[in-house]
Design a protein around this ligand. Structure first.
Ligand SMILES: Nc1ncnc2c1ncn2[C@@H]1O[C@H](COP(=O)(O)OP(=O)(O)OP(=O)(O)O)[C@@H](O)[C@H]1O
Length: 254
């Protein structure tokens, strides 16, 4: 497989915290408009990997190629503007603002500086449009004027997805989007993510294996900071190494 097959690719990506190697030479390719889940037990290095991909941590070594250009070490706000949006493990909304205001703030964060200050009228209309589109895509159009903090937990997590969408990303990096959700909320989020996977490149870190198998086409398995296996769902599921190291005694263990 050549580089051009991937919209995003890591090569020998490494992160060391003091004496601890949290990511060790991790090389994973992400294809355009494919849902790709990164799984592994607690402490495997998944969040570190996400933080490296999105510029929230500088790597200790290796490359991150976005459309062939190395973006390793770029700060998070620049990575966002390139079109790599992320959500967080914990809800990251402004609870006293409405859904629309939350989405509009997110949309503004992606505007180039010249748009923000030189053409306020245009940027205002543009950010409003993006905010409304994002709420619609995240299934929250009817909630636009609701104060975010008064919504259910599941809807707040949907809003967080809307806020990522409002930044007009090509790639969505979602860190445990189902964390803390009940069954019904999870089912709704899975349906939303399956829908988004048709239009975006989705990189998903998630512990809920039923959700992972329902959403992802490709799986990468991390254990102890290293990449154990990466490939189509069924291939990884059938892998002896993965079964022994991770899925072995039933994925529900994680
Ligand atoms: N900022 C940090 N400073 C020091 N060590 C860290 C830091 N962030 C993560 N680590 C360590 O790196 C290792 C990988 O952690 P990471 O959070 O990336 O794993 P994870 O797979 O996301 O785990 P979980 O599923 O529990 O979220 C762990 O041993 C963790 O303690």
């Amino acid at each position: 497989m050549t580089t051009s097959d991937f919209i995003l690719e890591t090569r020998d990506l490494t992160k060391v915290f003091g004496g601890l190697v949290a990511n060790s030479s991790v090389s994973i390719g992400f294809k355009e408009r494919q849902a790709h889940a990164v799984i592994g037990p607690n402490g495997a290095g998944k969040s570190t990997f996400v933080n490296l991909l999105t510029g929230h941590l500088p790597p200790s070594g290796g490359q991150i190629l976005f459309k062939g250009a190395n973006i390793a070490g770029l700060p998070a706000h620049k990575v966002t503007r390139l079109g790599i949006g992320r959500s967080y493990q914990k809800t990251n909304i402004f609870p006293s603002f409405t859904c629309f205001e939350n989405a509009r703030l997110a949309a503004q964060s992606r505007l180039p500086t010249s748009m923000r200050f030189l053409r306020p009228a245009l940027s205002y209309a543009e950010t409003n449009r993006k905010a409304n589109e994002a709420l619609e895509a995240a299934g929250l159009a009817a909630r636009a004027e609701r104060v975010a903090g008064t919504m259910s937990y599941g809807e707040q997590r949907q809003l967080e997805i809307a806020m990522v969408l409002a930044t007009a990303p090509e790639i969505l990096v979602l860190d445990e989007p189902l964390a803390g959700m009940g069954k019904e909320e999870s089912e709704k989020m899975v349906a939303l993510l399956r829908d988004l996977a048709r239009r975006y490149t989705l990189i998903l870190v998630e512990h809920d294996m039923d959700a992972v198998f329902a959403i992802a086409e490709v799986l990468s398995v991390m254990v102890n900071g290293t990449l154990l296996e990466s490939g189509p769902l069924e291939q990884v599921r059938a892998s002896k190494a993965v079964q022994d190291a991770y899925l072995g005694d039933g994925a529900e263990a994680y």
